[in-house]
Design a protein around this ligand. Structure first.
Ligand code: SAM
Length: 249
């Protein structure tokens, strides 16, 4: 049985799509997707030896060696263009995730990929920014809690796919993120908190940002005690941020 976090990701993958799971560790997600019949085939990518071997072992034990290819390499470099429809990346920071996506984009590895399901552990805004900058369209966002941690899952379609199939959503999405582009603060918080999550605020979203407020408040308390000149500026910046979070929530 998959964890709630991985199950949420699996549920978002479109039926019938060939997937690549990058940073797959034990390849739990590709094994599930193929076993459940959702994906006809999969690639599991890993960089270090340990998780690469773990993925190989898991795949062999599941008897799926012929349909799940486990490959060792950095990010999307393990893919051949046009080989998969969906890329999943989960359980790493948003900054690393955006770097992996960018490198894959530049080397043409994302050509033909129509769907991305991404679960950054932190720095979700960096992933949203990357998606929008490349014309990927956020199609939905999920927030969940597991073992005391709150996770967000981002579901995006490539613009080419949407233009063909979902013209209305494309227009809709573009309008969400381009409203008030001059209103930088508002746009910043759409990226940080997520346009879909903000549209239907949940207890979990509030909990997540209350937790962030708590962190910022503790930092400010420390800064208040500090004599250093630069602490004043930082404190003011964090206090402004806290005010904005409270306004948005
Ligand atoms: N995706 C699984 C999940 O969500 O449960 C595993 C997450 S694990 C915390 C992150 C994995 O990403 C590690 O196994 C790590 O080796 C892998 N990783 C980190 N950087 C990578 C890169 N540049 N290319 C491929 N895999 C990478």
């Amino acid at each position: 049985k998959l964890s709630k976090r991985l199950q949420t990701i699996a549920d978002l993958v479109t039926d019938g799509s060939r997937i690549a799971d990058i940073g797959s560790d034990h390849a739990l997600l590709p094994v599930y997707l193929v076993q459940s019949g959702k994906s006809p085939s999969a690639v599991a990518g890993e960089l270090p030896d340990g998780p690469f071997l773990a993925a190989k072992k898991q795949t062999a034990e599941a008897g799926l060696k012929s349909v799940i290819q486990v490959r060792q390499g950095d990010g999307l470099s393990v893919l051949n263009p046009g080989e998969v429809d969906t890329v999943t990346i989960a359980g790493m920071g948003g900054s690393l995730m955006a770097d992996i996506l960018e490198a894959g984009w530049r080397s043409g590895k994302l050509a033909g990929v129509t769907e991305l399901v991404l679960q950054p552990n932190v720095g979700e805004d960096l992933v949203r920014r990357w998606l929008i900058s490349k014309g990927f369209v956020l199609q939905g966002e999920m927030i969940l809690e597991e073992d005391g941690r709150i996770y967000e899952v981002l579901h995006a379609w490539s613009a080419s796919h949407l233009k063909l199939n979902h013209d209305n959503e494309w227009v809709y999405q573009t309008s969400i993120l381009s409203v008030d582009m001059e209103d930088e603060t508002k746009t910043e918080w759409l990226y940080r908190m997520g346009p879909y999550l903000l549209r239907q605020p949940s207890e979990l979203l509030t909990k997540k940002w209350q937790f962030e407020l708590g962190k910022l408040s503790r930092i400010c308390q420390q800064l208040t005690l500090s004599e250093a000149e630069e602490s004043r500026g930082k404190e003011a910046q964090y206090r402004a941020e806290m005010k904005q979070i409270k306004e948005v929530l």
